[in-house]
Design a protein around this ligand. Structure first.
Ligand SMILES: [Mg+2]
Length: 263
């Protein structure tokens, strides 16, 4: 795969934007719209992102954020106004643009398993790195050296491993940590749901950086444009690779232009 400057893999897609009956832009947040920050509560979008998204939306594109963060937290942190639709907790929660909220109810088994996962980390004094989510528990290793991060992840993997045979939970590693969670919901689920609710002729793109975005890339494969946004290339199911922030900004500008907006 080549970078944006060397290829125009998405040019035909941008051509379709002008005439598409619907335009839908699906966006991961951390690492895609916002650079990583050691303090994850201070990860804000690149300066150009908010105004560009506002103009893209004004030209008729539906913008939807799909993240591992809880949706209300992400609404506040991202500062994108008016609040767009947000899928949070990797597809487990959905906060629609009209303010309505949906999420699944956890079974007793899931609740017990996740509570034990938290206890195991607390017994090792790891609370500051723990994030309890509606459908999972994450350990964050941002800010640690590579070797320390690997050590923490390995340790937590060993602590949680027995839970996987006892409870219907699954483990997955993301950039900056490890999460134990309820299976069946992921970013691919969010994309499939949005596709099912959309016109088949809609022009849809998904931009993401993380391993959890691969589920979304696969769900959209053949039905829309998939874009890996990441400083370094890695093997991916996405069709196009953009290096943030410059190539990301250029992509958003081209989206705006293709949908009739002035640059
Ligand atoms: Mg990300």
């Amino acid at each position: 795969m080549k970078t944006l400057d060397c290829q125009l893999a998405y040019t035909p897609f941008l051509g379709r934007l002008a005439s598409a009956p619907d335009r839908i832009l699906l966006l991961d947040y951390d690492g895609t719209l916002a650079p990583f920050h050691i303090d994850r509560d201070r990860a804000v979008p690149y300066p150009e992102v908010r105004p560009l998204l506002a103009r893209i939306r004004a030209e008729g594109t539906r913008v939807i954020l799909i993240s591992g963060r809880p949706p209300y937290d992400l609404a506040a942190l991202s500062g994108i106004e008016p609040r767009p639709e947000i899928w949070g907790s990797h597809g487990f929660e959905r906060l629609k643009a009209d303010g309505s909220y949906e999420s699944d109810v956890l079974s007793r088994q899931h609740q017990t398993g996740l509570a034990l996962a938290v206890k195991l980390l607390e017994s090792e004094g790891m609370e500051p790195r723990v994030e309890v989510k509606p459908a999972g528990v994450a350990i964050h290793v941002r800010g640690l050296s590579r070797s320390d991060a690997e050590e923490v992840i390995e340790k937590v993997r060993r602590l949680w491993f027995p839970l996987l045979s006892e409870f219907p939970l699954t483990l997955f590693e993301f950039d900056g940590g490890l999460e134990i969670r309820v299976p069946g919901r992921d970013k691919g689920f969010a994309v499939r749901t949005i596709l099912a609710e959309s016109l088949p002729e809609a022009a849809i793109a998904y931009l993401g950086d993380d391993r959890t975005d691969e589920d979304a890339f696969r769900a959209l494969s053949g039905k829309g444009l998939t874009v890996l946004v990441r400083p370094e290339y890695r093997p991916t199911a996405a069709e196009v690779w953009l290096r943030p922030p410059q190539e990301l900004i250029r992509f958003l500008e081209e989206w705006l232009h293709a949908s009739g907006g002035e640059l």
